[in-house]
Design a protein around this ligand. Structure first.
Ligand code: ADP
Length: 186
């Protein structure tokens, strides 16, 4: 299994190849759509594994608050998942890169981290937000994701025990691993 571990300001930062629905962390992040419906990709997998508790809680939030704007995040129970909670966030759809995509992707990661800390959660796992159906090039998305997490951890030392990126494919793992080498020293 592909795995890499480092440390940022007292928090463990882990990159691993695998399935996010299997992760034993307090919260996993869902790359949701604005309607918070199951859909396909990682969201379909999370709703399937979590069961009706996840899907119904998400539907209730949708009903109460309307569509979730890109970059924002909400929390539901994890249902049948090993994770206690799911944090649903909406990443940007790639439109060529000049439509504010990097800032919106950074905002999505940051919103999840802020919500986790607010709720007192100590371990969180992310998928590669926006790099599936939403078409964000993985090398660029990985750099934004890792830079955003690194900055957040430096600004909030000791608040989180572990931030884990769960990459579904080996090439995606390698993209994140390479991006970390570009980002870590900055
Ligand atoms: P988006 O619409 O934000 O692009 P997708 O779900 O289409 O979201 O894809 C995001 C990433 O999640 C892709 O890299 C995809 O391969 C990955 N993915 C799909 N299923 C899983 C899973 N079970 N665990 C982790 N990552 C997954």
């Amino acid at each position: 299994m592909e795995r890499f571990e480092t440390e940022v300001a007292g928090t463990r930062l882990v990159l691993v190849q695998g399935d996010i629905t299997k992760q034993e962390v307090e919260a996993i992040v869902n790359a949701a759509n604005p309607d918070l419906t199951p859909g396909g990709g990682v969201s379909g997998a999370i709703h399937r594994a979590g069961g009706p508790l996840v899907t119904e809680a998400a539907a209730r939030i949708r009903q109460e608050r309307g569509r979730l704007p890109t970059g924002e995040a909400v929390l539901t129970p994890g249902g049948n998942l090993p994770a206690k909670f799911v944090i649903h966030t909406v990443g940007p759809v790639w439109q060529g890169g000049a439509k504010g995509e990097p800032a919106l992707l950074a905002k999505a990661y940051r919103s999840c981290l802020i919500l986790a800390v607010e709720k007192g959660l100590r371990t969180i796992a992310f998928p590669s937000i926006s790099t599936g159906a939403y078409g964000y090039p993985v090398d660029q998305a990985a750099e934004v994701a890792l830079r955003t997490v690194r900055d957040f951890l430096r600004e909030n030392p000791g608040k989180l025990q572990e931030v884990r990126f769960v990459l579904f494919s080996v090439p995606d793992f390698q993209a994140y691993r390479a991006a970390w080498e570009r980002v870590k020293g900055l």
